[in-house]
Design a protein around this ligand. Structure first.
Ligand code: NAD
Length: 359
């Protein structure tokens, strides 16, 4: 009998519970098709946890996550909590959970579905074949370095420091190489080594460990050039690995290649195979409760979990192919529909995808 994989499920707020319900159907269908076993346990997280427990990340939620093999998260936040003090805001829970679970990288795939090429602002012929992943360092760099202000003869001066040590660089770059190994075996390491000392350390570290991955083709790309090449030749990238701030910017740029936020999955990984998986979008309070949310980003996050945490590549392919088949057949939720009057709802989209899952 297959070993049981434990998944902590945190539906969160707004459309979070609606899209998570569809992802759970996909888990169930995978069990039927492949004989895998998933044990899910739900936890309160975000605004709902603030309302019911007085904190965005209750201890028992964290305990559920810590004993799980992976976490599936919907989305958190909403206007109700926007004016709360910092410790009572849903986003504080997001930062807290990443820290408590030791998640140091963020993974964002950007894949073009042929039938949705028109949703992008780029020309279809530029997008042809685009299928890339941005691996972003999440816990170091300028966002976490010392920050302060001081008085000078020219008025106030502000300082942000960017710090990276070899261990931090090595663990994220190794993750980039490992992910490239499961794909087209190309890694672009992005830095600004012509100017920044942290980038020079980054590049030295990449070059030192590259011989451990002779099967992966490595290129160094300066961040400004990478920003241009993503628009000019996105299909030529496979895996991009980079530091925190560059990754923040480049992953948003890469996301926009696909044209729709309702389609984008993501993962945050720590040491080993543990990971937290979630759609890139937020809790969409404007459509929450209307049954209009696109569940595909969350369903694709399950596929990403299968690939990166469980190594269930065939099951991940089954999900990806089912999504593609449903889109190719012309089914659309409101966010990706050209003719909005033909749009289907969250549950109908989930049911169609589950129905299209075939070995
Ligand atoms: P958002 O992603 O929630 O929504 C932006 C727009 O995209 C909205 O018009 C929304 O209707 C639409 N949209 C998003 N997801 C969709 C889906 N699956 N299907 C169809 N349409 C979709 O971003 P926002 O409005 O800036 O933020 C709303 C709340 O979500 C805020 O409280 C914010 O802090 C929070 N947020 C949470 C996360 C997270 O949980 N990781 C991420 C981003 C934003």
């Amino acid at each position: 009998m297959a070993d049981v994989k434990k998944i902590a499920v945190l539906p969160g707020d707004g459309i979070g519970p609606e899209v998570i319900a569809e992802a759970e159907k996909v888990l169930k269908k995978t069990e039927e098709l492949f004989g895998y076993r998933f044990e899910t346990e739900r936890g309160l997280f975000g605004g709902i946890a603030i309302d019911q427990r007085g904190t965005p990340l209750p201890d028992d939620t964290l305990a559920i996550c810590k004993k799980a093999d992976a976490v599936l998260l919907g989305a958190v936040g909403g206007p109700k909590w926007d004016n709360n003090p910092k410790e009572l805001r849903p986003e504080t829970g997001l930062l807290g959970i990443r820290k408590a679970l030791g998640l140091f990288s963020n993974i964002r795939p950007a894949v073009i579905f042929d039938c949705l090429k028109d949703a992008s602002t780029l020309k279809p012929e530029v997008l042809d074949g685009t299928d890339l992943i941005v691996v972003r360092e999440l816990t170091g760099g300028i966002y976490f370095g010392e920050k302060f202000r001081r008085e000078t003869a020219n008025g106030q001066e502000a300082v942000d420091t960017c710090v990276y040590n070899v261990k931090e660089v090595e663990r994220i770059v190794r993750q980039g190489f490992e992910i490239a190994r499961t794909r087209r075996k190309k890694l672009a390491s992005v830095d600004k080594a012509n100017v920044l000392e942290t980038s020079r350390l980054w590049r030295e570290t990449v070059n030192r460990i590259a011989p451990d991955y002779p099967d992966v083709e490595l290129e160094h790309v300066l961040v400004d050039n990478c920003a241009m090449q993503l628009l000019r030749r996105p299909a030529s990238f496979d895996v991009i690995v980079t530091e925190n701030m560059f990754g923040d910017i480049l992953s948003d740029e890469a996301a926009m290649l696909t044209g729709s936020i309702g389609m984008l999955s993501s993962a945050s990984l720590g040491e080993g195979s543990f990971g937290l998986y979630e759609p890139v979008h937020g809790s969409a309070p404007d459509i929450a409760g209307t049954g209009a949310a696109n569940p595909i980003a969350t369903i694709l996050s399950v596929a990403l979990m299968f690939r990166l945490t469980f190594g269930y590549h065939e099951a991940a392919d089954v999900i990806d192919n089912a999504v593609k088949a449903v889109l190719d057949a012309g089914h659309r939720t409101g966010d990706i529909a050209v003719d909005k009057s033909q749009a289907i709802g969250t549950t109908a989209m989930g049911d169609l995808i589950v129905g299209a899952m075939k070995k």
